[in-house]
Unconditional design. Structure first.
Length: 76
C-alpha cells in the first residue's frame, strides 16, 4: 500500500515514515497554536501550509488534511 501523499510504503495511518512524522508533529503542535492564537484546526492547517518556515512534508500533510476535510463536507 502506498502513502496517501507519495509512493512510499505505508507505515501507519496511511502515511509513509516521513509523512507520518510530519502528521504527528502537526497534531502535537496544534495545542500550542490553539492556546497562543485561538485558531481552529482548519485555520491552523491553512497557516502552516502557507508558512515559509514549515517543512515540505508537513505542508504536504496539511494540504492533504485540508483536502480530506473538503471531501468529507461535500459527501455530507
Amino acid at each position: 500500500m502506498s502513502c496517501k501523499i507519495c509512493s512510499r510504503q505505508v507505515k501507519e495511518k496511511g502515511y509513509c515514515n516521513r509523512h507520518l512524522k510530519a502528521y504527528q508533529n502537526i497534531y502535537e503542535k496544534f495545542e500550542m497554536w490553539k492556546k497562543a492564537l485561538e485558531v481552529t484546526w482548519m485555520d491552523y492547517l491553512s497557516k502552516i501550509s502557507k508558512n515559509s518556515l514549515t517543512g515540505e512534508w508537513a505542508k504536504e500533510v496539511a494540504k492533504q488534511l485540508i483536502e480530506d476535510d473538503r471531501r468529507n463536507v461535500k459527501e455530507k
